[in-house]
Design a protein around this ligand. Structure first.
Ligand code: NAD
Length: 353
């Protein structure tokens, strides 16, 4: 199959209002159509947090292969998919590209999520994001070129904007000057993907995510707080000033946004911010976690940090302009606090690894 189509056209969107204040995109009809495709898809990093949600969504109507080295991904994240005839797992590492020809054979497109997403690590080992993000992405692109797989969806990040002086930050903000090695590596990946599209007639969808939270989340502030409070319910260490203020989106909402962009944007390189419309600060997050854990009288101990950052490379204010994706009809189902609440609920219910 030459093109990947999830069975939805822009005309459908305009012609099929659903009433009740709900957009067509958030309606069951859209999702039913969007998955009615029968494509053959590779997800790198499909055993990870976001990748496993994407996998479940795509598997409803597509053949999906996951390639993962399980560095941070988990086998239990694949539990709902294992054994299904249209699911295949390849345990392999993008840094050993010999496996890629087999993984890409007959594929219509690739969702490239495999990466080291830990922003803090860059200050400890400056080579991690170079290898796991940039070299791994280059290996994948080269293998796609050789296998003639033309479409790639890539999970980038708000950290490519660095400390933007325009808030909310739109996709065409510049110059892009990341302050973390993670952000730098993702920006380099964006550049590689764009250049491959223009040089080798490929097509890309690049998503710049805000902070994504939810069931199976395995890293980030929520996991950090829950772990610390389980160890010591009387005191919580908060990295930085607690005033770092960022936007959070629930993972299932994130996956729907990814699929919508794919469905209705057709440029050679399609770039979208994905997040929620508001932001919360770290102390507000601590309040939510403490409340949901049923704790009282927890004292907060702020590490202060350099200029109030939690760690070197921590962007203090992040809120993405969503005008571009909203023009497609997408709306986040809730704000940042709501996303955090439902994520904490899921993490407490399922337990942390
Ligand atoms: P995650 O760590 O849960 O998932 C990454 C997956 O990639 C894991 O399953 C891991 O085992 C796999 N992987 C890593 N290196 C690999 C390699 N060399 N070969 C094969 N597999 C490899 O992280 P996540 O939060 O699900 O993030 C998914 C993607 O979204 C990442 O690209 C991340 O940078 C991006 N992103 C995440 C967030 C967020 O808030 N979670 C925000 C912005 C961008």
């Amino acid at each position: 199959m030459d093109s990947v189509c999830f069975g939805f056209t822009g005309a459908d969107r305009i012609d099929k209002p659903t009433g009740k204040g709900e957009s067509f995109f958030s309606s069951p009809l859209f999702f039913q159509q969007a998955m009615d495709s029968g494509s053959s898809i590779l997800i790198t990093g499909g055993a990870g947090f976001i990748g496993s949600h994407l996998l479940e969504r795509l598997l409803a109507k597509n053949d999906v292969t996951v390639l993962d080295n399980f560095s941070s991904g988990k086998r239990e994240n694949l539990a709902r998919c294992t054994g299904k005839a249209n699911f295949r797992l390849i345990e392999a590492d993008l840094l050993q590209p010999d496996c890629l020809a087999e993984a890409l054979a007959g594929k219509d497109m690739v969702f490239h999520l495999a990466a080291n997403p830990d922003v803090r690590l860059g200050a400890v080992d400056p080579s991690i994001h170079l290898r796991q993000n940039i070299i791994a992405t280059h290996n994948l692109l080269e293998a796609m070129r050789e296998a003639r797989v033309k479409k790639i969806a890539f999970t980038s990040t708000s950290t490519v904007y660095g400390e933007a002086n325009q808030i909310p930050t739109p996709e065409d903000y510049g110059p892009l000057l990341p302050i973390s090695l993670y952000g730098a590596s993702k920006l380099a990946c964006e550049a590689l993907i764009s250049s491959y599209c223009h040089t080798f007639d490929m097509q890309a969808w690049i998503y710049r995510f805000a902070n994504i939270v939810g069931e199976r989340g395995s890293h980030g502030v929520l996991v950090d707080f829950i772990r610390k409070l389980r160890e010591n319910p009387a005191e919580l260490e908060i990295l930085g000033s607690g005033r770092q203020k960022k936007s959070y989106l629930e993972v299932k909402d994130c996956v729907e946004a990814m699929l919508l962009c794919l469905e209705v944007s057709e440029e050679k390189v399609n770039l979208f911010n994905i997040g929620s419309e508001d932001s919360v600060d770290v102390t507000e997050i601590a309040d939510i976690v403490v409340r949901q854990m049923g704790l009282k009288d927890v004292s907060y101990r702020y590490t202060g940090g350099e200029e109030g950052r939690g760690w070197k490379g921590d962007v203090r204010v992040m809120l993405l302009s969503l005008d571009r994706i909203k023009n497609l009809g997408w709306r986040a189902k809730g704000g940042s606090a709501q996303a955090i609440q439902s994520a904490v609920e899921a993490l407490l219910r399922d337990g942390l690894a």
